[in-house]
Ligand binder design. Structure first.
Ligand code: SAM
Length: 288
Protein backbone atom coordinates (compact mmCIF):
# COMPACT_ATOMS: atom_id res chain seq x y z
CA UNK A 1 0.00 0.00 0.00
CA UNK A 2 1.33 3.43 -0.92
CA UNK A 3 1.51 5.92 1.89
CA UNK A 4 -0.46 9.10 1.40
CA UNK A 5 0.08 11.57 4.26
CA UNK A 6 -1.06 14.49 2.07
CA UNK A 7 -4.21 12.66 1.07
CA UNK A 8 -5.03 11.95 4.71
CA UNK A 9 -4.52 15.63 5.51
CA UNK A 10 -7.11 16.56 2.91
CA UNK A 11 -9.46 13.63 3.42
CA UNK A 12 -9.80 14.23 7.16
CA UNK A 13 -9.30 18.04 7.04
CA UNK A 14 -6.39 17.76 9.42
CA UNK A 15 -4.93 21.10 10.44
CA UNK A 16 -1.50 20.52 11.97
CA UNK A 17 -1.52 21.52 15.64
CA UNK A 18 1.51 23.63 16.48
CA UNK A 19 1.68 22.99 20.21
CA UNK A 20 1.82 19.22 19.56
CA UNK A 21 4.73 19.75 17.17
CA UNK A 22 2.84 18.34 14.21
CA UNK A 23 5.28 18.51 11.30
CA UNK A 24 4.34 15.48 9.25
CA UNK A 25 6.86 13.60 7.14
CA UNK A 26 5.88 13.80 3.48
CA UNK A 27 9.07 12.76 1.70
CA UNK A 28 8.76 9.10 0.68
CA UNK A 29 12.54 8.61 0.40
CA UNK A 30 13.15 9.93 3.89
CA UNK A 31 10.34 7.77 5.31
CA UNK A 32 11.85 4.74 3.59
CA UNK A 33 15.39 5.55 4.78
CA UNK A 34 14.29 5.94 8.41
CA UNK A 35 12.42 2.64 8.40
CA UNK A 36 15.38 0.98 6.61
CA UNK A 37 17.70 2.34 9.32
CA UNK A 38 15.38 1.06 12.04
CA UNK A 39 14.86 -2.23 10.23
CA UNK A 40 11.89 -3.63 12.17
CA UNK A 41 11.82 -7.40 12.33
CA UNK A 42 8.83 -9.45 11.27
CA UNK A 43 6.62 -9.97 14.35
CA UNK A 44 8.75 -7.59 16.46
CA UNK A 45 6.82 -5.23 18.75
CA UNK A 46 8.00 -1.65 18.35
CA UNK A 47 6.83 1.47 20.14
CA UNK A 48 6.17 4.51 17.99
CA UNK A 49 6.03 7.92 19.60
CA UNK A 50 3.43 10.14 17.91
CA UNK A 51 2.51 8.14 14.78
CA UNK A 52 0.60 11.19 13.49
CA UNK A 53 -0.78 10.28 10.07
CA UNK A 54 1.08 6.99 10.05
CA UNK A 55 3.96 7.77 7.67
CA UNK A 56 6.45 5.52 9.47
CA UNK A 57 3.78 3.28 11.02
CA UNK A 58 2.35 2.03 7.78
CA UNK A 59 5.71 1.10 6.32
CA UNK A 60 6.70 -0.78 9.47
CA UNK A 61 3.39 -2.65 9.43
CA UNK A 62 3.90 -3.52 5.77
CA UNK A 63 7.19 -5.09 6.77
CA UNK A 64 5.48 -7.33 9.30
CA UNK A 65 6.20 -5.47 12.56
CA UNK A 66 3.71 -5.08 15.40
CA UNK A 67 3.37 -1.39 16.27
CA UNK A 68 2.23 0.10 19.53
CA UNK A 69 1.58 3.75 18.72
CA UNK A 70 1.32 6.37 21.43
CA UNK A 71 -0.50 9.38 20.00
CA UNK A 72 -1.77 12.30 22.05
CA UNK A 73 -4.06 13.87 19.46
CA UNK A 74 -7.53 12.21 19.43
CA UNK A 75 -8.25 13.46 15.91
CA UNK A 76 -5.19 11.71 14.54
CA UNK A 77 -5.98 8.58 16.56
CA UNK A 78 -9.34 8.40 14.78
CA UNK A 79 -7.58 8.63 11.37
CA UNK A 80 -5.05 5.95 12.31
CA UNK A 81 -7.68 3.59 13.69
CA UNK A 82 -9.61 3.81 10.46
CA UNK A 83 -6.78 3.75 7.92
CA UNK A 84 -4.63 1.11 9.62
CA UNK A 85 -7.48 -1.24 10.58
CA UNK A 86 -6.38 -3.55 7.75
CA UNK A 87 -3.37 -4.56 9.82
CA UNK A 88 -5.61 -6.03 12.54
CA UNK A 89 -4.10 -6.50 15.97
CA UNK A 90 -0.59 -5.86 14.68
CA UNK A 91 -1.41 -2.17 15.16
CA UNK A 92 -2.42 -0.96 18.60
CA UNK A 93 -2.89 2.60 19.77
CA UNK A 94 -2.58 4.14 23.18
CA UNK A 95 -4.23 7.52 23.50
CA UNK A 96 -1.84 9.02 25.91
CA UNK A 97 1.11 11.21 26.55
CA UNK A 98 4.24 9.15 25.87
CA UNK A 99 5.77 10.62 29.03
CA UNK A 100 3.09 8.77 31.03
CA UNK A 101 3.89 5.38 29.50
CA UNK A 102 5.23 3.06 32.17
CA UNK A 103 7.57 0.81 30.16
CA UNK A 104 8.29 -1.57 33.05
CA UNK A 105 4.58 -2.19 33.69
CA UNK A 106 3.69 -2.44 30.01
CA UNK A 107 6.55 -4.63 28.82
CA UNK A 108 7.64 -6.42 32.06
CA UNK A 109 10.80 -8.42 31.31
CA UNK A 110 10.80 -7.52 27.64
CA UNK A 111 13.04 -4.98 25.91
CA UNK A 112 11.49 -3.02 23.07
CA UNK A 113 12.76 -0.70 20.38
CA UNK A 114 11.36 2.81 20.05
CA UNK A 115 10.94 4.97 16.97
CA UNK A 116 9.58 8.48 16.57
CA UNK A 117 9.61 11.68 14.60
CA UNK A 118 9.49 13.75 17.74
CA UNK A 119 7.79 17.04 18.40
CA UNK A 120 10.61 19.37 19.42
CA UNK A 121 9.28 20.06 22.90
CA UNK A 122 9.43 16.37 23.71
CA UNK A 123 13.03 15.63 22.72
CA UNK A 124 14.91 16.07 26.01
CA UNK A 125 12.14 14.80 28.33
CA UNK A 126 11.70 11.70 26.15
CA UNK A 127 15.43 10.96 26.00
CA UNK A 128 15.63 11.20 29.80
CA UNK A 129 12.52 9.03 30.10
CA UNK A 130 14.15 6.38 27.88
CA UNK A 131 17.31 6.56 30.01
CA UNK A 132 15.19 5.92 33.09
CA UNK A 133 13.31 3.09 31.40
CA UNK A 134 16.46 1.61 29.83
CA UNK A 135 15.86 -1.81 31.40
CA UNK A 136 12.93 -2.10 28.97
CA UNK A 137 14.40 -0.19 26.05
CA UNK A 138 16.94 -1.74 23.73
CA UNK A 139 17.40 1.16 21.33
CA UNK A 140 15.64 4.15 19.79
CA UNK A 141 15.64 5.79 16.38
CA UNK A 142 14.54 9.38 16.84
CA UNK A 143 14.07 12.39 14.60
CA UNK A 144 15.32 15.37 16.61
CA UNK A 145 16.41 18.94 15.93
CA UNK A 146 19.82 18.88 14.21
CA UNK A 147 21.22 21.12 16.93
CA UNK A 148 20.20 18.56 19.58
CA UNK A 149 21.92 15.78 17.62
CA UNK A 150 25.01 18.03 17.39
CA UNK A 151 24.92 18.52 21.17
CA UNK A 152 24.57 14.81 21.94
CA UNK A 153 27.43 13.94 19.59
CA UNK A 154 29.71 16.85 20.54
CA UNK A 155 33.35 16.49 21.56
CA UNK A 156 34.81 17.97 24.76
CA UNK A 157 36.02 21.53 24.41
CA UNK A 158 33.36 22.47 21.86
CA UNK A 159 30.45 24.82 22.44
CA UNK A 160 27.88 22.06 21.93
CA UNK A 161 29.40 19.79 24.57
CA UNK A 162 27.30 19.82 27.72
CA UNK A 163 25.02 18.09 30.18
CA UNK A 164 23.00 16.37 27.46
CA UNK A 165 26.16 15.01 25.77
CA UNK A 166 27.66 13.46 28.89
CA UNK A 167 24.36 12.25 30.38
CA UNK A 168 23.20 10.51 27.21
CA UNK A 169 26.58 9.00 26.32
CA UNK A 170 26.97 7.43 29.77
CA UNK A 171 23.88 5.34 29.06
CA UNK A 172 23.94 4.88 25.31
CA UNK A 173 26.03 4.66 22.18
CA UNK A 174 24.82 7.29 19.76
CA UNK A 175 25.05 7.56 15.98
CA UNK A 176 23.61 10.04 13.52
CA UNK A 177 21.83 8.10 10.78
CA UNK A 178 20.99 11.07 8.55
CA UNK A 179 20.24 14.76 8.36
CA UNK A 180 16.77 15.68 7.14
CA UNK A 181 15.86 18.86 5.28
CA UNK A 182 12.99 21.09 6.43
CA UNK A 183 11.39 20.45 3.04
CA UNK A 184 10.68 16.82 3.96
CA UNK A 185 7.88 17.91 6.33
CA UNK A 186 4.50 19.53 6.13
CA UNK A 187 4.38 22.18 7.41
CA UNK A 188 8.16 22.69 7.16
CA UNK A 189 9.71 23.38 10.57
CA UNK A 190 12.01 26.39 11.06
CA UNK A 191 15.15 24.31 11.49
CA UNK A 192 16.86 21.25 10.08
CA UNK A 193 16.50 17.82 11.68
CA UNK A 194 18.61 14.71 12.20
CA UNK A 195 17.76 11.09 12.81
CA UNK A 196 19.80 9.53 15.59
CA UNK A 197 20.17 5.99 16.86
CA UNK A 198 20.53 5.50 20.60
CA UNK A 199 21.70 2.03 21.64
CA UNK A 200 21.29 1.67 25.38
CA UNK A 201 24.15 -0.04 27.15
CA UNK A 202 23.22 -3.22 28.98
CA UNK A 203 22.90 -2.77 32.75
CA UNK A 204 25.95 -5.02 33.25
CA UNK A 205 28.09 -2.54 31.32
CA UNK A 206 26.75 0.44 33.26
CA UNK A 207 27.49 -1.39 36.51
CA UNK A 208 31.11 -1.80 35.42
CA UNK A 209 31.54 1.97 35.77
CA UNK A 210 30.96 1.48 39.52
CA UNK A 211 29.01 4.70 39.70
CA UNK A 212 25.46 5.11 40.88
CA UNK A 213 23.59 6.35 37.74
CA UNK A 214 21.46 8.86 39.69
CA UNK A 215 24.55 10.26 41.38
CA UNK A 216 26.32 10.49 38.00
CA UNK A 217 23.44 12.52 36.54
CA UNK A 218 23.47 14.79 39.57
CA UNK A 219 27.23 15.48 39.25
CA UNK A 220 26.94 16.14 35.52
CA UNK A 221 24.10 18.57 36.16
CA UNK A 222 26.22 20.40 38.74
CA UNK A 223 29.28 20.44 36.46
CA UNK A 224 27.37 22.27 33.73
CA UNK A 225 25.21 24.41 36.01
CA UNK A 226 27.49 27.42 35.54
CA UNK A 227 29.43 26.99 32.33
CA UNK A 228 31.99 29.71 33.04
CA UNK A 229 32.90 28.31 36.44
CA UNK A 230 35.40 25.52 36.86
CA UNK A 231 34.36 22.19 38.29
CA UNK A 232 35.80 22.87 41.74
CA UNK A 233 33.69 26.03 42.04
CA UNK A 234 30.55 24.30 40.75
CA UNK A 235 30.97 21.38 43.17
CA UNK A 236 31.76 23.72 46.06
CA UNK A 237 28.69 25.83 45.32
CA UNK A 238 26.48 22.70 45.20
CA UNK A 239 27.77 21.43 48.57
CA UNK A 240 27.47 17.86 47.36
CA UNK A 241 30.31 16.75 49.62
CA UNK A 242 31.81 18.26 52.75
CA UNK A 243 35.05 19.56 51.22
CA UNK A 244 36.44 23.04 50.74
CA UNK A 245 37.81 24.17 47.37
CA UNK A 246 41.30 22.97 48.21
CA UNK A 247 39.97 19.55 49.15
CA UNK A 248 37.97 19.35 45.96
CA UNK A 249 41.03 20.34 43.93
CA UNK A 250 42.98 17.58 45.68
CA UNK A 251 40.26 15.08 44.89
CA UNK A 252 40.42 15.97 41.18
CA UNK A 253 44.21 15.67 41.36
CA UNK A 254 43.86 12.09 42.59
CA UNK A 255 42.25 11.16 39.27
CA UNK A 256 44.70 13.24 37.20
CA UNK A 257 42.50 16.26 36.56
CA UNK A 258 43.78 19.78 37.06
CA UNK A 259 41.69 21.82 39.53
CA UNK A 260 40.92 24.63 37.08
CA UNK A 261 39.23 22.37 34.52
CA UNK A 262 35.65 23.15 33.51
CA UNK A 263 32.98 20.54 32.85
CA UNK A 264 33.10 21.17 29.12
CA UNK A 265 36.77 20.14 29.02
CA UNK A 266 36.25 16.72 30.58
CA UNK A 267 35.73 13.40 28.83
CA UNK A 268 33.09 10.87 29.88
CA UNK A 269 35.81 8.75 31.53
CA UNK A 270 36.89 11.79 33.61
CA UNK A 271 33.34 12.27 34.88
CA UNK A 272 33.18 8.60 35.81
CA UNK A 273 36.49 8.80 37.69
CA UNK A 274 35.42 11.96 39.55
CA UNK A 275 32.05 10.43 40.47
CA UNK A 276 33.71 7.35 41.93
CA UNK A 277 35.81 9.51 44.24
CA UNK A 278 32.91 11.77 45.24
CA UNK A 279 30.72 8.76 45.84
CA UNK A 280 33.23 7.33 48.33
CA UNK A 281 33.00 10.55 50.33
CA UNK A 282 29.20 10.64 50.25
CA UNK A 283 29.06 7.02 51.43
CA UNK A 284 31.58 7.71 54.20
CA UNK A 285 29.62 10.77 55.46
CA UNK A 286 28.47 10.10 59.03
CA UNK A 287 24.69 10.08 59.42
CA UNK A 288 23.36 12.53 62.04
N1 SAM B 1 5.06 10.32 12.98
C1 SAM B 1 4.38 11.32 12.20
C2 SAM B 1 5.22 11.67 11.00
O1 SAM B 1 6.43 11.35 11.02
O2 SAM B 1 4.69 12.29 10.07
C3 SAM B 1 4.05 12.57 13.02
C4 SAM B 1 5.25 13.25 13.64
S1 SAM B 1 4.87 14.81 14.39
C5 SAM B 1 6.45 15.60 14.33
C6 SAM B 1 4.74 14.45 16.13
C7 SAM B 1 3.55 13.60 16.54
O3 SAM B 1 3.61 13.40 17.97
C8 SAM B 1 2.20 14.26 16.30
O4 SAM B 1 1.34 13.32 15.74
C9 SAM B 1 1.71 14.70 17.67
O5 SAM B 1 0.31 14.76 17.80
C10 SAM B 1 2.32 13.62 18.55
N2 SAM B 1 2.58 14.04 19.95
C11 SAM B 1 2.91 15.27 20.41
N3 SAM B 1 3.14 15.23 21.72
C12 SAM B 1 2.95 13.94 22.13
C13 SAM B 1 3.05 13.28 23.37
N4 SAM B 1 3.40 13.95 24.48
N5 SAM B 1 2.78 11.97 23.43
C14 SAM B 1 2.43 11.28 22.30
N6 SAM B 1 2.32 11.86 21.09
C15 SAM B 1 2.59 13.17 21.00
Amino acid sequence: MKHQPFEFLKKYSVRPVKHLGQNFLIDGNVIQNIVDGFNPGEGETVVEVGPGLGALTQLMLERGARVLGVEKDPKLRAVLEKELAVYGDRFRLIGDDILDLDFAKTFRQKKVRVIGNLPYYLTSPLIFQLIEERKNVDSAVLMVQKEVADRILALPGTEDYGRLTVAVRFFADVKRLMNVSRKSFFPPPKIESSVILLEFRPESEIKKAEVDPEFFLEVVKIAFSQRRKNLVNCLHHAQLVFLNKEGLGGLLGQVGIEPDKRGEELFLKDFIAICRKLQELVKAKPKC
